[in-house]
Design a protein around this ligand. Structure first.
Ligand code: SF4
Length: 394
């Protein structure tokens, strides 16, 4: 199954001079580089240096150029440039955690997180084209790539030994930031596992680094794999300003390879927390051939929650109002809480009570999947645990 260690190493080195990797080396990673692009006050600069020491900055020049520099509140700016609020570990929205989805409890080693019996998530790399300021895996991004292939060998062995796993999510980090040959070897390892029905590769590269998909070798390799196992790419557009001609081309190249592209956005304060923006985002996604799949409630992540999370009361009102303006395909997305106890869909509200339906449950709690939960909405509550349990008729 894994015969090509030496071949991989040699190819990996030659891949290192590919155009897409050279472009990535021009990323903005230091405050000094950033100052050449944006005017920063002395106070902003001092804060930024502190934030970057805690969680690194990494911005492709393509994405940086989407910022409207005349607007300090520009959403693209907030998604990629650190803000002083990241220094506050717990703020107005409440306590925070590094691992809100409880991933670490389901760590099987070699990058495998196995929370739901039918799905294995493999952290294939901890590197991303951009370090998004709202990332819920802030605790993980940054491990060296050398680990990856070794991890994936063990990961594939784990998947092969567990026939209840019907699908794999290759995630990170961003798997498309790996050399094409490395990805090929990973996918080849999965090809031979009969009980595996489909594979997802989670990536924000179509949004923040679309030129990665101009690589014909990558597209051909994905098309070839897709002939063996159905391949999906869940991507992550958060704002209509991210839907550019370059992003459209990236998506269309994936689609021409026969790959379905779904979107998993996050509801973020100051980014997409208006009806108009949500409507424009969902319609814009359909226009470029991306299916709106999830809109996540922002998790209570350390250095994220305080400034990005929208209260659930406000969020459910926004989503309901946006859905009133969307056609059937655009409103297919589910408004989701990715919680330690499992994945929950926010269905709506009745008389100030939030109605949720559980979609997936932890091992040993299977009876909880598909149950209905009811919580009392409050003005500020931003997470399930903030809302008191209440009976529907109370
Ligand atoms: S690309 Fe994804 S994993 Fe990487 S920093 Fe952004 S949100 Fe996090």
């Amino acid at each position: 199954m894994f015969e090509a260690t030496e071949a991989f190493t040699a190819k990996d080195e030659t891949d290192s001079c590919n155009d897409w990797q050279q472009e990535l080396q021009q990323n903005i990673t230091s405050v000094d580089q950033l100052k050449a692009y944006l005017d920063l006050t002395e106070a902003e600069e001092a804060d930024l240096r502190q934030v970057v020491a805690a969680h690194p900055m990494n911005i492709p020049r393509y994405y940086l150029n989407l910022i409207d520099r005349s607007d300090p509140q520009d959403p693209i700016r907030k998604l990629c440039i650190p803000q002083s609020e990241e220094l506050i570990l717990a703020g107005a929205m409440g306590e925070t955690t590094k691992d809100p989805y409880g991933d670490d409890k389901h760590d099987k080693g070699n990058g495998v997180l196995h929370k739901y019996s039918y799905t294995a998530l493999v952290v294939a790399t901890e590197y991303c084209a951009m370090y998004c300021r709202h990332c819920f895996r802030k605790r993980m991004v940054g491990l060296p790539n050398e680990q990856t292939v070794k991890n994936f060998r063990g990961a594939a062995e784990y998947i092969a030994a567990n026939p209840q796993i019907s699908n794999v999510v290759i995630s990170g980090g961003d798997p498309f930031l790996l050399p094409t040959e490395t990805l090929r070897q990973m996918l080849d390892a999965l090809k031979e596992i009969d009980h595996l029905k489909f594979v997802r590769i989670g990536s924000r590269a179509p949004v923040v680094y679309p030129s990665r998909f101009l690589d014909d070798e990558l597209i051909e390799m994905l098309a070839e794999f897709n002939r063996h196992k159905t391949l999906f790419v869940p991507t992550h557009f958060n704002h209509p300003n991210e839907i550019t001609p370059q992003a459209r081309e990236a998506v269309q190249r994936l689609r021409r390879a026969g790959i379905t592209v779904n979107n998993q956005a996050v509801l973020l304060r100051g980014i997409n927390d208006s009806v108009e923006t949500l409507v424009e985002l969902m319609n814009g996604l359909l226009e470029i051939g991306v299916s709106p799949y999830y809109l996540y409630q922002c998790m209570p992540v350390e250095r994220v929650r305080h400034h990005f999370q929208v209260p659930l009361k406000q969020g459910v009102e926004l989503v309901d109002a946006a859905r009133q303006q969307l056609d059937g395909y655009a409103k297919r997305f589910k408004f989701i809480i990715g919680h330690d106890i499992g994945k929950l869909e926010i269905c709506g509200q009745v008389d100030g009570k939030l109605i949720l339906k559980q979609l997936h449950a932890r091992p040993g709690h299977e009876e909880e999947s598909s149950r209905i939960l009811v919580r009392q909405l409050t003005e500020d509550g931003g997470w399930l645990d903030d809302l008191p349990e209440v009976a529907l008729g109370a």
